[in-house]
Write a new protein. Sequence first.
Length: 216
Amino acid sequence: MLKTVIFDLDGTLLNTIGDLAGAGNHVCAQRGWPSHTEAEFRGMVGYGIPNLVEKFTPEECRDEATLAAALAEFQRYYGAHQRDRTAPYDGVPAMLAALKGRGLRLAVYSNKADEFSRSLAEHFFPGTFDAILGKRPGIPGKPDPAGLRLLLAELGAAPEESVLVGDGETDVRSARNAGLRCLAVTWGFRSRENLVEAAADAIADTPAELGKLLLG
C-alpha cells in the first residue's frame, strides 16, 4: 500500500530552468565565457549545482580555483534570482492537494543545494511537505541511495510503501538503488526516450495522469 510519495524538485514540481540558465549565463558573461541556451542547460542539470557549474565552464578553465570561484558566483546570483522566472508546472498544485487530501505523506528530495530546495519548496508549496532534503555536505547526491535512505528514516517510511517521482535518469537510478519504485514525468528536463531507456516503472505525461497513477 502506498503511503509516501517523494518528489524531485527541478523539472518535476517546478520549472526552474530559466533561473538556472540565467545564473549560469551571468557567470559566463562575468568571465567572458560563451553563453548557453536554455535547451543546453536542460541537458546539464540533474546532478547538483557544482556539477552544473563544471559543465558550463569551458574545459580549459576547469582548474580547482576557477571552478570554486565560478560556483561561489553562481550561488550568490542564483540565491538572489531563484524566483525570477521559476513557477510550478500547470496542474502540479492541484495534484499535490489531491494526494495530501488522501492522507499520503509527501516529501521533496533534490540534488539542488538544501537551502535552495527548502526555500523554493516552502515558498511555492507552503505546508505541503512532511520533509524536504536537498544536497548537504557529506551526503552523496543522486543516484547514490544515501540521501534517499536518510529521508525515508526521517519520515519513518518503508521503501516498499514509498515511491520516488522524478524527471530524469538520476531519479530512476536513485530509487532503484534504495529499493523504491520510480514514476517518471515527461514535462521536465529529460525526454520520454531517456526515461524509457532508464527503465522507469511508469511514465506520466501530465500531473493529472501522475495523480491517477499514484492514487489508482
